[in-house]
Ligand binder design. Structure first.
Ligand code: ATP
Ligand code: LTN
Length: 327
């Protein structure tokens, strides 16, 4: 049986970029293979977090996993820090990777650029991610395309380890969506939409009110020629809106272009507000039912048990290959 693994950081509330690039795939894959989904709280502390907010956001992300359609009967859902094998394997991988390859990671370069000094965890972050994936023998990693480079590194490390010690790890593959693997920020379509960007109107969170959604879309940066055409290079703003429209309405981009031929951006934006708000209603209803329920903790505890069973087996295999004494 094939298996997929992925994770989302509890650095804020999930936005439509996370949903389109990652979570939508998480849900679809549930019917095709075994699926393991994590809330990667240890990744989020690579940058400063408020402890109270971190706790809330962790449970928010768990509740949102369920609200978008993850089914605990089909998927293992758990919090990374509740399964110690993640940090354990991460150290072992740290000893099997090179500072040179970590320095080439664009996410590290981007996140450390404006800092006077960067935490070491920001640098070794991809190794914790590699540990997450390799612990579960995952063949597939559904993520947005900003994570492609981290998956490549995971593959390199797994292959290197296998060559040195004999077959130990499954070498995983990046799994991206055809449409929307990189949703752009609404205020600046040359940046990726991000949970931690300062301007809240740069993104649409799955928990945003209809008014906030309306403001974010109506303010979205476009170009001035007023032609509704998908052209990522020359018209990144309008192309981004067309992608979002397509995913939430189920319509092909070409059909949306036809529908709005001769209309201005204002009409497209107004309709997009409705399309997005209609989709968020159900997610938010489910979220409100589950977020404060005992059920949520029960699901996370069951997920932890299942994750522990799988990851412990991998750790036994790894330790034995390395010659670490076990009794
Ligand atoms: P942060 O701003 O804290 O770095 P983020 O918004 O980039 O957070 P992550 O938790 O790092 O979100 O990512 C969760 C998943 O969503 C990953 O699979 C990531 O590739 C995907 N993702 C993040 N942003 C986008 C985006 N703009 N478009 C498509 N997928 C995205
Ligand atoms: N680095 C990812 C989050 C992440 C992840 C993972 C994704 C941590 N561990 C394992 C897939 C598999 C991010 O920033 N989006």
């Amino acid at each position: 049986m094939k298996r997929a693994f992925s994770g989302v950081q509890p650095t804020g509330n999930i936005h439509i970029g996370n949903y389109i690039g990652a979570l939508k795939q998480f849900v679809e894959l549930q019917n095709e293979m075994e699926t393991v989904y994590c809330i990667v709280d240890l990744h989020s502390i690579t940058v400063p977090q408020d402890p109270k907010e971190l706790k809330e956001h962790t449970l928010d992300v768990a509740a949102l996993y369920l609200s978008v359609g993850l089914d605990p009967e089909k998927s293992i859902i758990f919090i990374q820090s509740t399964v110690p094998a993640h940090t354990e394997l991460s150290w072992i991988l740290t000893c099997h990777s090179y500072t040179g390859e970590l320095s080439r990671m664009t996410q590290f370069k981007d996140k450390s650029r404006e800092k006077e000094s960067a935490p070491a965890g920001l640098f070794t972050y991809p190794l914790l991610m590699a540990a997450d994936i390799l612990l579960y023998d995952a063949q597939f990693v559904p993520v947005g395309n900003d994570q492609k480079q981290h998956i490549e590194l995971t593959r390199d490390i797994a292959e290197r380890f296998n060559n040195k010690y004999g077959e130990t790890f499954v070498v995983p593959q990046y799994k991206g969506t055809k449409v929307g693997a990189r949703i752009m920020a609404l205020d600046n379509p040359t940046n990726k939409m991000s949970k931690s960007a300062e301007n809240e109107y740069s993104r649409i969170s799955l928990l945003d009110s209809p008014i906030k959604v309306k403001k974010s879309i109506m303010k979205a940066t476009t170009d001035s020629d007023n032609e509704i055409k998908f052209d990522e290079e020359n018209k990144p703003g309008i192309s981004n809106l067309l992608t979002i429209y397509s995913v939430f309405s189920g319509m092909e981009v070409g059909d949306i272009e036809k529908k709005y031929k001769g209309c201005g951006y204002g009409q497209l934006k107004k309709d997009l507000v409705e399309v997005v708000n209609d989709s968020l209603v159900d997610i938010q209803k489910k979220y409100n039912e589950i977020r404060k329920s005992e059920e949520l903790i029960k699901i996370l505890k069951e997920g932890r048990e299942k994750a522990q069973t799988i990851s412990q087996k991998t750790m036994e295999r790894v330790k034995s290959k390395l010659g670490l004494v076990r009794f």
